[in-house]
Design a protein around this ligand. Structure first.
Ligand code: ZN
Ligand code: ZN
Length: 340
C-alpha cells in the first residue's frame, strides 16, 4: 500500500511526510485490519510531525481520526465482523492493570499507546486496530463527516465535561478550530449559552451558524463588556489564551485546556485571576466510556461536521494549512478515493 510515512520530524513546510510503498499490516491476536475511507487531520498530527511530541520510533504513519471498514479479523476477535464500519481513535491501547486503569481513568494509563504516534495510523489505505479500542460507527453518513468526531469531537466532549460538570450556564470557546466547531454545537444543543472567541472573523461566522449565542472578535476592542463566563475551554495551543480565558471566567469557574501541547502560560495574577476558586484543568485523551457517550449523543442530536477533503498525498500541505489557520472546520484526507 502507498502511505504517508514520517522518518524524521521537522517543520511541515519542509514536507517531512513521504508517500511510500509499505506492506499492508497483518492483524494479530484480537486485532482487526481496517480499510481506511477517510482520516481527519488533527493538530496533534502536526505536533507529531514537527516533533513537539518526542518521536517514539524511527518511522511512523500519522493519523488518528480514522473511519473505515473491517476487512480482516485477527485470531479470537469476537465483537467485530468483516464489513463493520468503525472508527480508530487516538487511544490505541491501555494496560488495564495500573492504578489509573483500575479506577476508571484509563486515559491517564502509564503504559497507553497511541494511534498515529507510537502505532501506525490512518494516513494510509489500511490500519490495524485493537478490537477493544476500535469504535463501532453507525452506517449512516459519509466517512469523511465522521472523522472529526474521533478526536476533535471526543476531546471537546471530555473538555466540556471538565469545564462544566453540571448542565447549563455560559461557556466560552477560545480558538475556533475542528474541536470547537463540534463542541460548541453539542453545548448549544444541550442548552448552554455559548460564546466563541477568535482572532478570525470567518471562524466566528461559522460559530454563529452552528448556534453560538455570542461571538467575540479578540483583535478588536469590545463596545460593551460581556457578562462573565461560568467556564471556558481553551482549544488554541497558545499559553497566553489561558490568561485571556481566566479574565472572562467568574468565581468558581474552570478553564479546561483541550490541547496536548501548549506554549508556556505567562505568569498569573493570583489575586485577580485565580483566587475565588477558579480552576485551570488540562484534558488528556479520553476514556472508551467518553467515546461511547459522545458517539451516542452525536448520532442522536445529531451533530454536523464541516469538513474539507484533501487527497492523501497532500497531507503535508493539509498540515501546513492547519498550522497557518487557513481553514474553517476540519481537514480530512479522503484516503479511499485518493490515487495511490
Ligand atoms: Zn494502565
Ligand atoms: Zn487528535
Amino acid at each position: 500500500m502507498r502511505a504517508m510515512v514520517l522518518h524524521g520530524t521537522g517543520p511541515v513546510e519542509g514536507r517531512p511526510l513521504k508517500l511510500e510503498e509499505v506492506p499492508i499490516p497483518e492483524p494479530r491476536e484480537r486485532e482487526v485490519l481496517v480499510e481506511v475511507d477517510a482520516c481527519g487531520v488533527c493538530r496533534t498530527d502536526l505536533h507529531v510531525v514537527e516533533g513537539d511530541l518526542p518521536p517514539l520510533r524511527s518511522a511512523v504513519i500519522p493519523g488518528h481520526e480514522i473511519v473505515g471498514k473491517v476487512v480482516q479479523l485477527g485470531p479470537n476477535v469476537r465483537a467485530l465482523s468483516v464489513g463493520d464500519r468503525v472508527g480508530v481513535p487516538w487511544l490505541h491501547w491501555t494496560c488495564g492493570r495500573c492504578e489509573y486503569c483500575r479506577t476508571g481513568r484509563e486515559n491517564l494509563c502509564e503504559e497507553k499507546t497511541f494511534t498515529g504516534y507510537g502505532e501506525n495510523g490512518g494516513y494510509a489505505p489500511f490500519v490495524v486496530g485493537k478490537e477493544d479500542y476500535v469504535l463501532p460507527l453507525p452506517p449512516e453518513g459519509d466517512s469523511a463527516g465522521w472523522a472529526p468526531f474521533l478526536c476533535a469531537g471526543l476531546i471537546g466532549y471530555r473538555a466540556l465535561k471538565t469545564a462544566m460538570p453540571r448542565f447549563g450556564g455560559r461557556i466560552g470557546f477560545f480558538g475556533f478550530g475542528g474541536s470547537a466547531h463540534l463542541t460548541l454545537q453539542l453545548a448549544s444543543r444541550l442548552g448552554y449559552e455559548t460564546v466563541a472567541y477568535s482572532r478570525t472573523s470567518a471562524h466566528l461566522a461559522l460559530a454563529k451558524s452552528l448556534g453560538a449565542t455570542e461571538t467575540v472578535l479578540t483583535t478588536e476592542p469590545r463596545s460593551s463588556p460581556s457578562p462573565p463566563l461560568d467556564s471556558a475551554i481553551v482549544f488554541a495551543p497558545a499559553g497566553s489564551v489561558v490568561i485571556d480565558a481566566l479574565k472572562e471566567v467568574r468565581k468558581g469557574g474552570t478553564v479546561a485546556i483541550a490541547g496536548i501541547h501548549m506554549s508556556p502560560i505567562p505568569s498569573i495574577d493570583y489575586d485577580r485571576l485565580l483566587f475565588g476558586e477558579r480552576r485551570i484543568a488540562s484534558v488528556e485523551a479520553n476514556t472508551r466510556a467518553d467515546a461511547r457517550e459522545f458517539l451516542d449523543l452525536s448520532a442522536h442530536l445529531p451533530l454536523k461536521s464541516t469538513v474539507e477533503p484533501r487527497p492523501l498525498a497532500k497531507a503535508n500541505e493539509a498540515l501546513a494549512d492547519l498550522k497557518s489557520g487557513r481553514i474553517d472546520g476540519v481537514l480530512v484526507l479522503d484516503v479511499r478515493s485518493s490515487p495511490t
